[in-house]
Design a binder for this molecule. Structure first.
Ligand SMILES: [Zn+2]
Length: 249
């Protein structure tokens, strides 16, 4: 486990490379794989945190911007086709996975509400942070001025090479977000998310941005780009992922 952020009873951390690969199986994979995956992840998180197994909520990502609300612990909750989770139940662990895509955490310590989302290129383009905050506002009356936010480990701009066409679709985010050099584009995901959080009315001094680049943090965080470059992933193999976990006591 590596800590990302601790504040007023909130713990935010991720599983490291040596703890294994927590990329969720596809829904089309055999039920057995699904169960082994869920149990392995549960064991690791429960062992590390002491959280009750019934209080774990996992988002099975689809690179969209759908948010799930976890309010009834009792059975382990897996949210299919969901990229963000919100809860007001203390002791609950929210889990998203990532391999270069930063997790985004929103914490309202006044109301006791947390939200956690996976904000990769597509989720960021679809502004999943907006959906996360919107869900917290509508369901729990959270106010953006009360929010502390964390943008977790993710790939840095230097290592995030995309096609120049792709980079062009992000030009609207600003010249520092999407640059084109020698025919390739480079995207700054964390800065994009940071701007989105500020636009939501979250105070800049309450936004913490992890300096960890997943590509560079070999041995700590999983990185899809690094694994591809090093030939660790076979053709078309899905990214190996870290699990990012937020718990509010
Ligand atoms: Zn980097």
């Amino acid at each position: 486990m590596k800590d990302i952020y601790t504040h007023r009873g909130l713990k935010f951390f991720g599983t490291t490379v040596e703890q294994g690969n927590f990329a969720p199986p596809l829904s089309t994979e055999p039920l057995e794989h699904q169960m082994v995956y869920t149990e392995t992840l549960q064991q690791v998180i429960v062992k590390a945190t002491g959280v009750d197994v019934d209080a774990l909520a996992m988002a099975r990502l689809c690179h969209g911007n759908t948010i799930g609300v976890f309010q009834t612990p009792g059975i382990h909750a897996v949210f299919p086709m969901t990229d963000g989770l919100v809860t007001n139940v203390s002791g609950t662990a929210l889990i998203v996975t990532g391999a270069d895509c930063p997790p985004v955490l929103l914490h309202d310590s006044k109301k006791g509400v947390i939200g956690l989302a996976h904000s990769g290129r597509e989720g960021t383009y679809k502004n999943i942070s907006f959906q996360l905050m919107h869900c917290m506002q509508v369901r729990f009356k959270c106010l953006s001025e009360d929010i502390h936010a964390v943008i977790g480990p993710g790939i840095c701009q230097n290592h995030y090479q995309v096609s120049s066409e792709m980079a062009r679709t992000f030009f609207g985010f600003g010249f520092d977000i999407s640059i084109i050099q020698n025919g390739y584009g480079y995207l700054h995901l964390k800065k994009m998310i940071y701007k989105q959080l500020v636009e939501l009315g979250i105070m800049p001094e309450r936004i913490l941005v992890s300096s960890d680049c997943t590509f560079s943090a070999e041995g700590i965080w999983h990185s899809f780009r690094r694994d591809k470059q090093q030939g660790i992933l076979r053709h078309n193999e899905r990214p190996r992922s870290s699990a990012f976990v937020a718990i509010m006591s």
